[in-house]
Design a protein around this ligand. Structure first.
Ligand code: SAM
Length: 367
C-alpha cells in the first residue's frame, strides 16, 4: 500500500518506483491510490486513456488491480512501461556496462552534436548517451525500456544529481536560452563516469525490489485511434474504473517541454513544435472539445456498465465546462458530482505555475 507517509520513507518497492519519472501535471500518487482503493476491488481493472507517466496504472498494479492505459508521448510511455513491466536489476546493470563499452564508438558523432550539447554534457556522457540512443530497443525490449526510463529520469536536473548542466528536471530549456544562462553563471557540465553514475541510481531504485510484472499494460499511441480499434475489436478485459486527467486546454506542450528526453529516444537534436494536434499545446477549442468527447464516448466499449468515471482536470472555465459537457453527453445515464481543489497541496501543476495554483483542479466523479 502506498500512502504519503510510506512514500516519504521509500521502504517499499512501490514507493521507490512510483516516482518514475519527472513529467508534468502528474497525479499525486496518494490521490491515484485513494481513488483506486475507493472505487475498485482487488483484480478489478483501471483504465486511463491519458496515462502520462502511468501514475493511475501503477497505483492500480500496486494495489492488486490491473492497470490498462494509453499514452501518446514516448517519454511518459517509457516511464509507465518500466514501472508496469520492470526488468531485473542484473539485466539493467549488464546493459549499462555494455553501453559503457560501446560508447567509444560514438566519439566522432559526439563531436558533431550542436553546441548546446557541449555546454550541457561532459564528453563521456555525450558518447554514452549517443550509444544508448542508437542501441537501446526501448519500444520492444524489457531490459531496454527499463534502462532507458532510468536514463531519462536524470538526463537533466540539478547539476549535482543529473547528467546535465543545471536545468529543471521536469522541462528542458530551449538551447540558446540555456547556453546564455550557463555562460552568464560560468556553469560547466558536470564531469561524470556514466556507468558509475547509473549504477548508483539503479542501486537506489532496486533497493527494495520492484513490483511483479504483468499487472498492467500501457499502449503507445493516440488514444482516439486505439479506442477506434477497440470499438471494432473490444479487449476481453472490461474496466471498473476510468481514472484519468486529460491534457488541459491551452496549458502545456508535452512534446516541446520534453524535447531533450525525446532526443534521447531518437528524436531531433533541437526542439521543434509538432504538427500533430494531439502532440502540441491544445489551443483550438473545437478540436479540444471533440477530442474529449471522442475519448469519453469511445471508452464506453471498454468499461463495465456500472463502472465509475473519475476525471481530474483544470478548474479554469473553458476546460471545466468542456469536460462537464462532454462527460454528460458521453455518459447520459450516470450521475455526476464535482469537487474543486484550490489548495496547492492538491494541485498537480501548482508547483510549477503560480497562475494555475490559484485556479486549482476540479474532480468529476460519475457513477
Ligand atoms: C494531464 S496529463 C496526464 C498525467 C497522468 N495523470 C500522470 O499521472 O502522469 C495528460 C496526458 O495526456 C497525453 N495525451 C494528450 N493527447 C493524447 C492522446 N490523443 N492520446 C493519448 N495520450 C494523450 C499527454 O501526452 C499527457 O501525458
Amino acid at each position: 500500500m502506498i500512502s504519503e507517509g510510506r512514500l516519504s520513507h521509500y521502504d517499499t518497492p512501490a514507493s521507490r518506483w512510483a516516482g518514475v519519472g519527472p513529467y508534468y501535471a502528474m497525479f499525486p500518487v496518494s490521490f491515484a491510490t485513494d481513488a483506486v482503493k475507493e472505487y475498485t476491488k482487488p483484480e478489478d481493472c483501471v483504465f486511463d486513456p491519458f496515462a502520462g507517466r502511468a501514475t493511475a496504472l501503477f497505483a492500480a498494479a500496486s494495489e492488486g488491480r490491473f492497470g490498462l492505459g494509453i499514452e501518446i508521448n514516448p517519454v511518459g510511455w517509457v516511464y509507465g512501461k518500466a514501472k508496469l513491466q520492470t526488468a531485473e536489476r542484473d539485466d539493467v546493470e549488464q546493459r549499462i556496462i555494455w553501453l559503457g563499452k560501446k560508447a567509444k564508438n560514438y566519439r566522432a558523432a559526439a563531436k558533431k552534436l550542436p553546441l548546446f550539447y557541449d555546454y550541457c554534457f561532459c564528453p563521456k556522457v555525450k558518447e554514452f548517451l549517443l550509444a544508448a540512443r542508437a542501441l537501446l530497443d526501448w519500444r520492444r525490449n524489457k531490459t531496454d525500456w527499463t534502462t532507458m526510463a532510468l536514463l531519462l529520469i536524470d538526463l537533466h536536473g540539478k547539476r549535482q544529481n543529473a547528467f546535465s548542466n543545471q536545468m529543471r528536471q521536469t522541462k528542458a530549456m530551449s538551447p540558446q536560452y540555456a547556453i546564455d544562462w550557463w555562460k552568464e553563471r560560468n556553469f560547466e557540465p558536470p564531469e561524470r563516469n556514466p556507468v558509475e553514475f547509473m549504477f548508483k541510481k539503479v542501486a537506489w531504485r532496486y533497493a527494495k525490489g520492484h513490483l511483479d510484472s504483468g499487472s498492467g499494460h500501457i499502449y503507445l499511441g493516440d488514444c482516439q485511434s486505439i479506442l477506434n480499434l477497440w470499438e471494432k475489436h473490444p479487449p476481453r478485459m472490461k474496466a471498473n474504473l476510468l481514472l484519468t486527467s486529460p491534457p488541459y486546454y491551452g496549458v502545456t506542450d508535452y512534446f516541446y517541454d520534453q524535447w531533450l528526453r525525446l532526443w534521447l529516444l531518437g528524436g531531433p537534436e533541437r526542439p521543434h513544435s509538432n504538427r500533430a494536434l494531439c502532440k502540441r499545446k491544445f489551443s483550438n477549442k473545437k478540436h479540444y472539445t471533440s477530442m474529449l468527447f471522442n475519448v469519453f464516448a469511445k471508452s464506453k466499449s471498454l468499461l463495465k456498465q456500472d463502472a465509475v468515471v473519475f476525471v481530474r482536470t483544470d478548474a479554469r472555465q473553458f476546460t471545466r465546462e468542456a469536460t462537464i459537457k462532454t462527460l454528460e453527453t458521453a455518459f447520459p445515464n450516470k450521475k455526476i458530482r464535482s469537487e474543486y481543489f484550490s489548495l496547492p497541496s492538491f494541485s498537480q501543476t501548482a508547483l510549477f505555475d503560480a497562475d494555475l495554483e490559484s485556479k486549482g483542479e476540479i474532480d468529476f466523479v460519475m457513477w
